[in-house]
Design a protein around this ligand. Structure first.
Ligand code: HEC
Length: 171
């Protein structure tokens, strides 16, 4: 009488499939946790409020008066907040200068509409157009101040995105 083989080919194949499924699930979980912790990390690097330039200080005053009520300050928040955070925990640094300037001048655009659809709770306030309230210099100063809330890495990445995306748009 022959003892049955320890592992039949059928079992083996099933083991493979289960192993693959478990592996894929694990990757999803680990990836999800990494994504979540990146997205909600408290101001990484804690940009130590360096001395602000005159322009950045001017921007800070405008920001406090006109923007912080909706967008919050330099601390706290996550990438999922709505209205979006501008600090190191938000995603403003994913956008090039020309796009940020345009949104502050004209209000929301197609990109922010898509974002609204995905993330905004009902009755969220809207981004207004500031072109009648702020001069080009003032808008530039606000953006300069917003950048002081970012980490050095975020500033680097955003500068590169600006170089790539705004070369022709800037006149
Ligand atoms: C009444 C609330 C409100 C005020 C005040 C406001 N914003 Fe916004 N802002 C929003 C909302 C909401 C969005 C997202 C787009 C939308 O849904 O309209 C947004 C989007 C933006 C964006 C693009 C999204 C991003 O990634 O950051 C920028 C830049 C921005 N605002 C800058 C400013 C600046 C600078 C000021 C002050 C001069 C300001 N906002 C004042 C509500 C506001």
């Amino acid at each position: 009488m022959n003892a049955p083989p320890l592992r039949s080919p059928v079992l083996n194949r099933r083991g493979l499939v289960i192993g693959f499924a478990v592996g894929a699930l694990l990757m999803l979980i680990v990836g999800g946790i990494a994504w979540w912790s990146l997205g909600s990390a408290p101001s990484r690097g804690q940009s130590p409020a360096p001395e602000l330039t005159a322009t950045e200080r001017r921007g800070e005053k405008i920001y406090t008066a006109s923007c912080a009520s909706c967008h919050g300050g330099s601390d706290g928040g996550t990438m999922m907040d709505y209205p979006p955070r501008h600090n190191a925990n938000g995603h403003t640094w994913h956008h090039p200068d020309c796009e940020l300037t345009q949104i502050v001048r004209e209000g929301g655009d197609a990109m922010t509409d898509a974002m609204r659809e995905m993330m905004a709770p009902p009755n969220s306030p809207r981004m207004q157009a500031f072109k009648d309230r702020l001069s080009a210099e003032e808008i530039a100063a606000v953006l300069a101040y917003i950048k002081t809330m970012w980490t050095a890495e975020e500033r680097d990445v955003q500068a590169k995105i600006t170089q790539q995306e705004c070369a022709t748009a800037r006149s």
